[in-house]
Design a protein around this ligand. Structure first.
Ligand SMILES: [Zn+2]
Length: 287
């Protein structure tokens, strides 16, 4: 049900247009109800949702933790420690930004289930979610950074699960009470919001790849798409960054140095700032 609350807050002009179209097809009476609810463009929530402090909340998620060490390098470096240090550095770097506030899903070595990480981001009213990892692979020659966003297939399975929850199905979408018989309508609205979220996630991914490219080898030049559980937030742009391969001996050495971790953290924070700036420009154009 929390998910629906955040759907409501995320609705931007384009989504309202889409949902208006969907409603028009399915129920003319519902359209009237929806229109009377619409705020003026000035008060309309946008994709750059803000916290109470007015800041753009970035939820950084250092992968693994506690009993889950993540990938382990040849020399015994553990992914869970390396990614916590990188995430902490990203937070420090972003702390000087006047409009962005970074928070961490974990700031110590403890285990958090994947679904809870998404939940934490939603509870904090995050506008962006980024899971930070250091890849592991059987072939030690695999190297470089990659960025992942949710695949459409993953999205549809998330939608299926979401829709299977009868309680949620009776809840409100976009402030409109939807009966269970309108599940088809809900499916359309959910799909539209998630499609928009994936689009924003791909934009975020592109910004992060563009800022990592000058400082480190890229394993993949484009944002890849997969069904990672931590990326299944229906309304928060989410990416997973594999900073490098901890199972590659030379990258394990790099990850062990403060200089390299700072370099990667700097690239990640620049990518986030560039994404934020693009969102701001887009919001100015639509308001
Ligand atoms: Zn990992």
């Amino acid at each position: 049900m929390k998910k629906l609350a955040s759907l409501k807050q995320l609705v931007n002009r384009r989504q309202l247009l889409f949902s208006g179209l969907a409603l028009a097809v399915l129920s003319p009476r519902a359209v009237l109800a929806e229109e009377s609810r619409l705020p003026t463009s000035r008060t309309r929530h946008s994709a750059a949702k803000k916290s109470n402090s007015g800041k753009f909340i970035v939820m950084l998620d250092p992968g693994h933790g506690g009993i889950d060490s993540g990938a382990v390098g040849e020399e015994g470096s553990m992914e869970k420690h390396v990614v916590l240090e990188i995430a902490n550095t990203v937070r420090q770097l972003l702390s000087s930004h006047p409009h962005i506030e970074a928070r961490l899903t974990r700031d110590s070595d403890h285990f958090i289930p994947l679904y809870q990480r998404v939940e934490i981001a939603s509870q904090h009213g995050a506008s962006l979610f980024m899971s930070i990892h250091a890849d592991g692979y059987t072939d030690p020659s695999a190297r470089g950074a990659s960025v992942f966003a949710l695949s459409n297939r993953g999205a549809s399975s998330a939608m299926a699960r979401y829709l299977s929850d009868r309680e949620n199905a009776a809840d409100a979408v976009g402030g409109l009470k939807v009966q269970q018989k309108d599940q088809y309508l809900q499916q359309i609205l959910f799909d539209l919001v998630q499609t928009d979220t994936i689009k924003n996630s791909l934009t975020l991914g592109k910004h992060v790849l563009d800022t990592i490219r000058p400082v480190h080898h890229l394993h993949s030049q484009h944002t890849e798409q997969a069904a990672f559980a931590v990326l299944k937030s229906p309304s928060i742009p989410s990416v997973l960054v594999e900073t490098s391969f901890i199972t590659n001996p030379s990258e394990e050495k790099l990850l062990g140095t403060t200089a390299f971790r700072k370099k990667i953290a700097g690239a990640i924070s620049d990518g986030i700032v560039n994404f934020y700036n693009e969102q701001q420009r887009r919001n100015r154009r639509v308001s």
